[in-house]
Design a protein around this ligand. Structure first.
Ligand code: SER
Length: 296
């Protein structure tokens, strides 16, 4: 399935479930001086999560252009990190909460995309029994496919309770796709949530229910929200059965153009291959930044 078709399918799935399809915001957030670049689909909706402003709808979906510099050193070395990427998301502003978002995520993967459920597993925040029970009882996942992790992995933003930043936050549940044993690190405790190339985190479901204050307290928001984010390129790699995001349809012509500039042919498992992947990532990021008015 082409990347463009996956994006359309996602937006249509949530539009059919009462979500308003919203355009991507610019990579340079218009109304958020705390951010240099847009790094998540939820950024443009922050005031609505906080209940500071209201829209005339309470469900939204988007495919957001994102730029993250935090993973810069991983780009090209791992199968699935980028600076620029697209994030598919569905959002609830005080409307539906955990049960609906988990059930829809599962339906999208297993019915809409026909992904084999045996390849899917999830993580939940260590004390989030409610999310655990929904995965266990409503969806029917067996305990070996649900892992409980701490705030570094299963809070958004990561480590928000102990380290901040201030603002809307909440525990999250991540959905992983098992790329197969041959991609694993081989460690005995390698399972869903392991950071090796075997279990790719595809979708993050955030149960955004607190505002972190500067004194470190987590104040319940006036409403419970949902913020999800799924890496379009990661999902495309899964759907196209390729071993890295850089081998999906939208990247292959960029890699081909790089090899046309001279140098060795592209080889996945080589230093030059990793360099070409980095160049492909950075060229794409630079192009989208220029298009949004950022000048070098
Ligand atoms: N905000 C969450 C993330 O960026 C989910 O969209 O992962």
């Amino acid at each position: 399935m082409r990347t463009d078709d996956i994006r359309s399918l996602f937006l249509r799935f949530f539009s059919q479930r009462g979500h308003t399809v919203c355009p991507s915001d610019s990579l340079v957030p218009a109304n958020d001086p705390s951010l240099l670049f847009t790094g998540a689909g939820m950024n443009q909706f922050k005031p609505y999560f906080l209940g500071q402003r209201r829209l005339n709808f309470r469900r939204a979906t988007s495919s957001q252009k994102c730029l993250r510099t935090g993973d810069l050193d991983l780009v090209g070395r791992t199968a699935s990190h980028h600076t620029f990427f697209e994030m598919l998301g569905n959002f609830s502003f005080g409307d539906y909460f955990k049960r609906e978002v988990i059930e829809w995520a599962w339906e999208f993967f297993t019915k809409e995309l026909n992904l084999p459920s045996a390849r899917l597993g999830v993580s939940v925040f260590e004390t989030d029994d409610e999310a655990y029970d929904i995965w266990r009882k409503n969806i029917g996942l067996t305990p070996d496919r649900i892992v409980r992790l701490g705030e570094a992995s299963n809070y958004w933003p990561a480590n928000a309770p102990s380290q901040g930043p201030d603002g809307p936050c909440g525990p999250c549940s991540e959905i992983f796709y098992d790329m197969g044993k041959e991609h694993g690190c081989g460690q005995p405790d390698c399972t869903f949530g392991c950071s090796c190339n075997r279990f790719v985190e595809v979708w993050n479901l955030v149960f955004m229910q607190y505002e972190r204050k500067s004194d470190g307290t987590l104040e319940p928001l006036p409403q419970k929200n949902i913020d999800t984010g799924m890496g379009l390129e990661r999902l495309a790699a899964v759907m196209q059965g390729v071993s890295t995001n850089f081998h999906i349809d939208t990247f292959s012509s960029i890699i081909a153009a790089i090899t046309d500039c001279g140098g060795p042919p592209y080889a996945e498992h080589s230093e030059s291959g990793a360099r070409m992947r980095r160049i492909a990532d950075h060229v794409r990021a630079a192009a989208f930044l220029l298009a949004d008015g950022v000048k070098p």
